[in-house]
Design a protein around this ligand. Structure first.
Ligand code: NAP
Length: 486
């Protein structure tokens, strides 16, 4: 049993219309700790009827929630934020137990996610409209921004907590209601958030959580005509399917999908900063983030020095159970993730790459893998085209700025990119030329609730965070009032 200060945060059933629903004949799913294989809870999964009930409850709750003054919705969101912060230690333990990331990283994820409730609690008060100069003295033209309605959210396992506030906070701030399906591997953080939503006074039906089979619960959320908006974070493959399905009922969609992030290290970079940034970007969450560096390009003049210093830093990373002191790298989420990393590694080696750090499964067994660096990577390798989503860093060589930009953009994805240089003019040239939604310059970390996060091309549609994030949950209504002249 997971030791928590408040054991009532560990839940094992769907949260629908403000109640925990655990039928006797529930479809059970063991939720396990990837570091040990130990069962954390036997989860009662939601079925299609539960998804429908949650959607209908969201629909019933919508008029009262959207009619509340923004200032009142703001207060509830702020209370939710305060409760998350007050319970950060328990929430981090739940997250590490179900997902594997080291405890300090889990804590960081909880606080990062919570900050979206704080931010959008403020934005709830600022959903402004517009007036437009009319073409006739007899008219007044106005624009109202109104909540889109019932929203469905579907989230992945790699950020079991933070992906939820990025959606729920702007949606609820805008006056929408939401039904969430978390990833089956990591439903417990979502359920703990639901418990805190109830304590914060979020009314029944406004935020429900229905963990369950993707083909059943996920399907209902996207197909049900009551749902007006689907907000999804996950793979491009699934996002594409959901977008097609949402077309049947013309739902608005926001998609945060896969990435294939390049890191460019120019000859004029501060190598220490570049090494630090590349490690931070590549090895966060054991390489299992959508913004993780997937391809590292170093310019010829500093290539050897960069590879040497980078591989030294990577070899020094401590691998272990995320609950152990000093651990920086936990296990991968499952065996399939290990196999994909192995497949990309063996393909790179077969095509001539050299292993300069790590290179195999970790002695700890299970799904632990050594943080790995290969040099001599080339564009024909799998690692150049596919998201590895594991702790494998390939280093490619380039000669010119023009070549680096071309290589970086040579992907169907367009989420995050990074480059390191001390040349101010180059910062502008390269920053503007990279075809990505996010560009980190001289840093491997950029996420912040006040900045827009999202991708272009096959990495998605829409933005989360910042004042732009709330637009995803609002419709624009144009009011033309005539007959003003006496
Ligand atoms: P995934 O397989 O696409 O799953 C994501 C979510 O979709 C899960 O809740 C999953 O449910 C659900 N799902 C799967 N098939 C579905 C279907 N047919 N209908 C409805 N729902 C369905 O992705 P993942 O492996 O969990 O996450 C990793 C991917 O997410 C990577 O590609 C990563 O780059 C991307 N990601 C993107 C961002 C971003 O902000 N752009 C952030 C984080 C992750 P089950 O768990 O029940 O299968």
């Amino acid at each position: 049993m997971l030791a928590l200060a408040d054991s009532s945060l560990l839940k094992d059933a769907p949260y629908i219309n403000g109640e925990w629903v655990r039928p006797a004949d529930a479809d059970l799913l063991p939720v396990t700790n990837p570091a040990t294989g130990a069962e954390l809870v036997s989860l009662a999964q939601a079925g299609r009827e539960h998804a429908v009930a949650a959607i209908e409850a969201a629909d019933a709750a919508l008029p009262a929630w959207s009619a509340l003054p923004g200032k009142e919705r703001s207060k509830r969101l702020r209370d939710w934020y305060d409760l998350i912060v007050a319970n950060v230690d328990d929430l981090a333990r739940i997250l590490t137990a179900e997902q594997g990331k080291p405890l300090p990283e889990a804590r960081g994820e909880i606080l990062y996610g919570a900050a979206f409730f704080e931010w959008y609690a403020e934005e709830a008060k600022r959903v402004y409209g517009e007036t437009i100069p009319a073409p006739s003295p007899d008219q007044r033209l106005l624009v109202l921004r109104q909540p889109i309605g019932v929203c469905a959210a579907i989230t992945p396992w790699n950020f079991p907590m933070a992906m939820i506030p990025r959606k729920a906070a702007p949606a609820l701030a805008a006056g929408c209601t939401m039904v969430l399906k978390p990833a089956s591997a990591t439903p417990l953080s979502a359920l703990a958030l639901a418990e805190l939503a109830g304590r914060a006074g979020i009314p029944p039906g406004v935020f429900s959580v229905v963990p369950g089979r993707a083909s059943v619960v996920g399907d209902e959320l996207v197909a049900n005509p009551i749902v007006r908006k689907v907000t999804f974070t996950g793979s491009t493959e699934v996002g594409r399917m959901l977008m097609a399905k949402a077309a049947d009922t013309i739902k608005k969609v926001s998609l945060e999908l896969g990435g294939n992030a390049p890191v460019l290290v120019f000859d004029d970079a501060d190598i220490d900063v570049a090494v630090q940034g590349a490690v931070a970007s590549k090895f966060r969450n054991m390489g299992q983030t959508c913004v993780c560096a997937n391809r590292i390009y170093a310019q010829a003049g500093i290539y050897d020095e960069f590879v040497e210093r980078f591989s030294k830093a990577v070899s020094a990373l401590t691998v272990g159970d995320g609950f152990d002191e000093g651990v920086e790298q936990g296990p991968l989420i499952d065996e399939a993730a290990v196999q994909k990393t192995e497949e990309h590694l063996s393909d790179a080696v077969a095509q001539g790459a050299t292993v300069v750090a790590g290179g195999s499964r970790h002695a700890l067994g299970g799904t632990f893998f050594q943080p790995t660096v290969v040099s001599g990577a080339t564009p024909s390798m799998l690692v150049a085209h596919e998201e590895t989503f594991g702790p494998l860093a390939p280093v490619f060589r380039f000669e010119t700025e023009e070549e680096a930009i071309k290589l970086a953009n040579d992907t169907e994805y367009g989420l995050a990119s990074y480059f390191f240089t001390r040349d101010n003019a180059r910062i502008w040239r390269v920053g503007e030329a990279l075809e990505f939604g996010i560009v980190g310059v001289n840093t491997g970390i950029f996420s912040y609730e006040g900045a827009p996060f999202g991708g272009v091309k096959a990495s998605g549609i829409g933005r989360e965070g910042s004042h732009h994030g709330i637009d995803e949950f609002l419709e624009i209504k144009y009011l033309c009032v005539a007959g003003i002249s006496a």
